[in-house]
Write a protein that binds this ligand. Structure first.
Ligand SMILES: *Cc1c(COP(=O)(O)O)cnc(C)c1O
Length: 457
């Protein structure tokens, strides 16, 4: 299996190369050259445990990797989950279920992909003898999931910038109490936008980038999308057989990464009859797209579901490639027009692939309260966006992307009960190690030069 760029101007590459590269050289995102039909595998995959199913799936896609190595990496990636099912499907009613994706080390669904990506990176470092330095900016979840994917790994250091005092104390503890000496949380005196701008500028310095082999772990990495296909298939197998072919997956989404993974699993024949609903918060570029065909950037208004506060949905380009009939020249045109004008109106938009809903902060508070009083279930503010609307003729599966314990203030305000979690309680007794620096590119550069990994061991 080879992987091609959505923009069609880069060479096809292997899975391993696509994972190591991230963004394709032509600025596009990697996709399978042809979508494999895996439908014949369903009967033999039905009774597999999570890691076994992940391995069975990944071996069809990571065809350049040695199978024993892949097996080892996949197995290692799901050992730090605290629920024996890894991704349990919790029934709220006969036709309404929650797929809990928050039993990993940072209590958010990003662990499913980033635990595996961390192990894939480490393997590539071992094989090549090279080193890397991962650099990123975070407003919360991504940074801690990336840190927990890479902590203690040989040949890689990770630098994560975040705005000092502007992320939740729990999220900060998750990043700063690991005790790992290859982890460098950098608290800058500035905003998240400052952090992003500095990271972007540092990546733009090609000499620095090459010298320290700087790498981003962002949501467009091919391995992240593929790793996320697995829990959709696993969720379907947890339903009684008569409900399996009429599922509506409801996915709280920001960058369109999580829901795209489900859609791709469906294209591979693994989710017969499934439909998908995009659930946004008030930053609703995807809701507007799927209801009107207009893809248009607006300002971001911070919400109670901060991990979905995005301006553009970076993984949308992958869906666009299929929407445009796999015509990469069209993808380039649309992306260019969108970059230049901040908007694109699709003609005859094929919106039937996804339905969509949005909710604002008042809606999130009300849903947390209603879901609790109706089902006795406490959901986090991101997951709450998944309870707005559903198709009554289908069995709904709402993907729960984070543990409510990560957002104690919002939950307490909504239902008067403070959620806790042992993983988070544990961090309260640990020492915080963070590096406070000014929001200044030169200062961050000097820090990285001083602390970067520079050899393979
Ligand atoms: C990242 C994140 C999302 C959004 O996921 P996308 O892949 O960007 O769609 C939703 N909820 C939580 C808790 C997250 O961390």
């Amino acid at each position: 299996m080879q992987y091609i760029s959505t923009r069609g101007q880069s060479e096809p590459v292997t899975f391993s190369k696509a994972v190591a590269t991230g963004l394709a050289p032509d600025g596009g995102l990697y996709l399978p050259e042809t979508m494999p039909d895996l439908s014949a595998k369903l009967p033999e995959w039905e009774n597999l445990g999570y890691a076994d199913l992940c391995f069975a799936f990944m071996r069809e896609l990571a065809t350049d990797m040695d199978e024993a190595t892949l097996r080892k990496l996949v197995d290692a990636s799901y050992t730090r989950f605290t629920h024996d099912k890894i991704a349990p499907l919790v029934p709220l009613a006969d036709d309404l279920h929650v797929l809990e994706l928050f039993h990993g080390p940072t209590l958010a669904f990003k662990d499913f992909a980033l635990q595996l990506v961390g192990n894939l990176y480490e393997e590539q470092i071992h094989q090549s003898g090279d080193f890397i330095n991962v650099l990123g900016a975070t407003s919360g979840d991504t940074g801690s999931a990336a840190i927990h994917g890479l902590l203690g790994k040989d040949g890689v250091n990770i630098f994560i910038l975040y705005p000092d005092g502007r992320i939740s104390p729990l999220q900060e503890r998750q990043m700063t109490t690991t005790g790992a000496d290859n982890v460098f949380p950098i608290a800058i005196t500035g905003s998240f936008d400052d952090a992003q701008r500095i990271v972007k500028d540092l990546f733009g310095d090609l000499a620095l980038k090459q010298r320290y082999r700087l790498s981003a772990i962002n949501s467009i990495n091919l391995a992240r999308i593929l790793a996320q296909c697995v829990y959709y298939v696993y969720a379907r197998f947890q339903l009684p057989s008569e409900q399996r072919d009429k599922i509506e997956f409801i996915v709280p989404t920001g960058n369109f990464g999580n829901i795209l993974a489900g859609w791709m699993a469906a294209q591979m024949g693994l989710l017969p009859g499934a439909s998908f609903r995009v659930a946004t918060n008030q930053n609703d570029i995807l809701y507007r797209l799927f209801t009107t065909g207009l893809y248009e950037v607006t300002d971001v208004a911070p919400s109670l579901a901060p991990s979905m506060d995005i301006q553009v949905a970076s993984n949308f380009e992958r869906f666009l490639y299929y929407l445009e009939g796999q015509d990469s020249a069209r993808v380039r045109e649309v992306m260019k027009a969108f970059r230049e004008t901040g908007r694109h109106q699709f003609e005859g938009f094929a919106a039937e692939a996804f339905s969509a809903s949005r909710t604002d902060d008042a809606g999130i508070r009300k849903i947390i309260k209603d879901v609790y009083s109706k089902y006795g279930y406490v959901c986090d503010p991101h997951t709450a966006c998944g309870f707005v609307e559903r198709d009554p003729s289908r069995t709904s599966i709402v993907l729960s992307t984070a543990s409510p314990a990560k957002f104690p203030d919002t939950i307490t305000e909504a239902i008067g009960i403070e959620p806790t979690h042992p993983t988070l309680e544990e961090t309260k007794s640990l020492d915080i190690v963070k590096h406070k620096l000014p929001a200044d590119e030169a200062a961050i550069r000097a820090f990285i030069e001083q602390h970067a990994q520079t050899d393979g061991d």
